[in-house]
Design a protein around this ligand. Structure first.
Ligand SMILES: *[C@@H]1O[C@H](CO)[C@@H](O)[C@H](O)[C@H]1NC(C)=O
Ligand SMILES: *[C@@H]1O[C@H](CO)[C@@H](O)[C@H](O)[C@H]1NC(C)=O
Ligand SMILES: *[C@@H]1O[C@H](CO)[C@@H](O)[C@H](O)[C@H]1NC(C)=O
Ligand SMILES: *[C@@H]1O[C@H](CO)[C@@H](O)[C@H](O)[C@H]1NC(C)=O
Ligand SMILES: *[C@@H]1O[C@H](CO)[C@@H](O)[C@H](O)[C@H]1NC(C)=O
Length: 426
């Protein structure tokens, strides 16, 4: 009897608890617009390396969460015109949205900061980078208080300049580092901007949009388009609209502490996986393995890393470097190092579910690649070892937790040859 009652109870419960966006545990991976806290590790929790102390710390970070670009805003504003149609369809008993999600879309309003300050760092992004600075301070406080040489330099964009300030603030009052002015032409931190060949052949080239369009024509994506149209009760829904809804979802969730945006309700979790793949494809072709120019543009900044550590090894002078740049450069660095590489290559023909190239995890807001040079004492001598972190997760480029100096030398010396000569279009 109890069993039967229980069964009935469960049945009633299931029937009445429709899974909606507002009452679910939402999916949080949004490509390069993923919030850092949703994917990061914590450098403070990584165990010390016995018998070693840091001699050189080198940080390459992306700016924190920012406002959308002009292009993204235009897509988003086009989608806002669909808002009334979605509400009216629901009122007429069409579509498949939950009542609460519809209410939340109804009361949602465009936030003027988005299109008044295109691309600028937002408060959430400032906090992301400040907290990164604070954790680095906690982990390396003794080292940072006695550093012989340092440089903190952003690219010449508001979002990286503000991020450098946020980071400095996170390092705390006791450590007053000066920020170096950004350079108008920065061949190290914005190598791709100084490379006409990249601009012509890759950034504005045909391959990236071709692969993305190819993916938009797959059965699974066409199914997404049909399902979303039906769910929202819309007559038409273009690919640009879908991208616009995705942007309204991912940008608006970064504006407030709730980390939610009612526009996310138009997607199922499975559909957000497909959107994520389309963004991974975009970055793969624009910044990474999809074109052989991309890894070369990661070279100059890795040359800087090599030289910085070599100087410390040769001179015993400690050094601290913190650079603030963009997702493009981080993606280029990953591809120069052969990280997150897939075989077969990513293409638009088919989504590779178990891929390594996932920018939600590797290049979220405030993404960072950190290298630490340690001096380790043995009984009669000392040796050097290099440790790496990606987004505060220890990353093993060699067989053990760290690379020996020789292993580091083998992997990084090649970047001394880096040149942007190939960038010139004759
Ligand atoms: C717009 O967003 C900012 C957060 O970035 C918030 O402080 C402000 O109150 C919002 N404005 C409106 C009208 O919601
Ligand atoms: C600042 O430095 C002083 C003296 O070196 C030290 O006692 C204090 O704990 C430091 N404060 C912070 C916040 O690191
Ligand atoms: C920062 O710059 C000021 C002014 O140039 C200088 O006096 C100060 O020593 C610098 N601080 C550090 C830590 O380099
Ligand atoms: C390593 O550093 C030493 C001393 O600063 C310098 O003379 C040498 O050229 C550097 N080697 C490379 C490969 O940069
Ligand atoms: C650098 O380039 C020269 C000439 O192209 C080549 O001989 C040398 O092996 C390269 N060095 C490294 C470390 O890749």
């Amino acid at each position: 009897m109890t069993a039967i009652l229980l069964t009935i109870h469960l049945f009633i419960y299931v029937v009445h608890s429709k899974e909606c966006y507002w009452n679910s545990c939402p999916y949080v991976l949004f490509g390069s617009k993923t919030l850092y806290d949703d994917v990061r590790g914590d450098i403070r929790d990584v165990p010390e390396i016995e018998g070693c102390k840091p001699m050189s710390l080198w940080v390459l970070a992306r700016h924190g969460a920012r406002n959308p670009s002009v292009y993204d805003c235009n897509n988003m504003m086009d989608v806002m015109k669909l808002k009334d149609e979605i509400l009216n369809s629901h009122a007429a008993g069409q579509g498949e949205m939950c009542a609460q999600d519809i209410d939340n879309i109804r009361s949602w309003k465009w936030n003027d900061t988005m299109n008044k300050q295109f691309n600028n760092l937002i408060n959430t992004g400032f906090t992301e980078v400040k907290q990164l600075g604070a954790r680095i301070k906690k982990k390396f406080s003794h080292f940072l208080e006695h550093v012989d040489y340092y440089v903190i330099r952003p690219t010449n964009k508001q979002r990286t300049i503000e991020s450098a300030k946020a980071f400095n603030l996170g390092l705390g009052h006791n450590l007053s580092f000066n920020i170096t002015n950004s350079l108008k032409i920065d061949e190290v931190l914005a190598s791709y901007e100084t490379c006409p060949r990249h601009t012509r052949d890759v950034f504005n080239g045909p391959r990236m949009p071709m692969e993305m369009n190819r993916y938009y024509l797959t059965d699974e994506f066409k199914q997404l388009q049909r399902n979303m149209k039906k769910r929202a009760g819309l007559k038409e829904l273009s690919i640009n609209n879908i991208e616009g809804i995705h942007d309204l979802c991912r940008y608006y969730r970064t504006l407030f502490n709730t980390n939610k945006s009612p526009w996310c309700a138009l997607f199922t979790t499975q559909e957000l996986h497909l959107m994520e793949y389309s963004k991974d494809l975009q970055h793969y072709y624009r910044n990474s393995y999809g074109n052989s120019i991309n890894p070369k543009l990661g070279g100059p900044v890795l040359k800087d890393l090599y030289q910085s550590f070599n100087n410390t090894v040769k001179s015993s002078r400690t050094s601290f470097t913190a650079y603030f740049s963009h997702d493009s450069l981080l993606d280029m660095v990953y591809s120069a190092l052969g990280l997150f590489r897939d075989y077969p290559e990513l293409t638009g023909f088919k989504r590779i579910v178990d891929r390594k190239w996932r920018i939600s995890l590797s290049t979220p807001f405030a993404a960072n690649f950190i290298a630490v040079l340690h001096r380790c004492n043995t009984q009669e001598d000392h040796t050097y070892r290099v440790q790496f972190f990606i987004n505060e997760i220890e990353t093993h480029l060699c067989d053990t937790r760290t690379c020996s100096w020789n292993e580091f030398d083998d992997k990084f010396k090649q970047f001394l040859n880096s040149t942007l000569d190939f960038c010139i279009i004759k």
